[in-house]
Design a protein around this ligand. Structure first.
Ligand code: AMP
Length: 291
């Protein structure tokens, strides 16, 4: 007996085609989850699709390598792209449809509007990637307005991004529920990322330190230690292990992303560091002491 092949998702390349697909689902009384991605899909992305399936009748994935969220010296041109592989993975995860817009579809000639979120975007990655979060906020706003799903799912892997999305969705009264999904990791703790493909074998062997260090610092914060010396020592450890530059290792309020000195309320520990030519980020929750 052969296993049934998963059914192929419908493909939309224009906004009109995407809306026609969503209209069909709505006409059948079905709810819709949206999973925006940049492709080069891995288990982390597929987990978002599976969570979407739990929360709605239909999951639609979008694949768009968004040029406006990359800086001039970043990896837009060499960002991994694998359309056929992605479509096969999305079929197996149960996506009903995939939106694959072109750059011209998303940013037609004369495009002049930007969504930018103050405050939340100034520190952490925002300090090192000027314009990045405006690029993300603008493209995610467009995707939400194009599909008008019931729920959209985003990974906690990009924690600052998730907080920024929650903020503008609330501020602009976009009628979509935003659902965060915990980070999917390799067995050794490394957070799955499309950019892990850039790592050399030697770098890949060192990379799990990022998560191990976050765990170690979180434990000490929860034991009541002050953040500042732990973060300073942590930066040193990363440098010694071959990371560099280490852009930040920070302990912040889980909602406002403002720096915190002690684990006296829900916090988040975040890191961004280069390993060779690859920029890696990771973060974990630090529940308040005694929680
Ligand atoms: P990207 O394709 O990198 O833009 O990511 C698309 C979505 O997948 C974002 O919401 C990410 O936060 C999420 N994502 C990426 N890596 C992971 C992971 N390891 N675990 C869970 N979600 C992830």
């Amino acid at each position: 007996m052969s296993a049934a092949l998963p059914s192929q998702p419908a493909i939309a390349e224009t906004v009109a085609a995407l809306r026609a697909i969503v209209r069909g689902y709505r006409a059948a009384g079905e709810t819709v989850a949206l999973v925006p991605t940049m492709g080069a899909l891995h288990e982390g992305h597929l987990q978002l699709v599976r969570e979407g399936r739990k929360r709605a009748d239909r999951a639609i994935a979008t694949i768009f390598v968004n040029p406006t969220q990359f800086g001039p010296n970043e990896d837009f041109a060499r960002y991994p792209r694998d359309r056929d592989g992605d479509l096969a993975k999305l079929a197996s995860a149960g996506a009903s449809a995939v939106f694959l817009p072109t750059v011209e579809t998303m940013y037609p000639s004369g495009f002049a509007t930007t969504v930018s979120v103050a405050g939340l975007t100034e520190g952490l990655c925002g300090a090192y990637r000027p314009g990045h979060f405006a690029g993300v906020a603008t493209v995610v706003t467009k995707l939400l307005m194009q599909a008008l799903p019931d729920v959209a799912l985003f990974g906690e892997k990009d924690y600052q991004q998730l907080q920024v999305i929650r903020r503008f969705v609330r501020d602009l009264d976009i009628p979509v529920e935003i659902q965060g999904v915990p980070t999917i990791r390799e067995a050794d703790g490394l957070a799955l990322s499309s950019r892990n493909a850039y790592l050399t074998p030697a770098e890949r062997a060192v990379a799990p330190l990022l998560h191990a260090l976050l765990d170690e610092i979180a434990e000490k914060l929860q034991a009541g230690q002050d953040a500042a010396p732990l973060l300073e020592a942590g930066m040193g450890r990363l440098g010694e292990a071959g990371f560099g530059p280490v852009q930040y290792l920070a302990f912040v309020d889980a909602d406002t992303l403002q720096p915190m000195g002690r684990a006296d309320r829900p916090g988040r520990l975040l890191v961004a560091a280069y390993l060779g030519k690859t920029r890696l980020i990771d973060n974990i929750a630090v529940p308040p002491r005694g929680a």
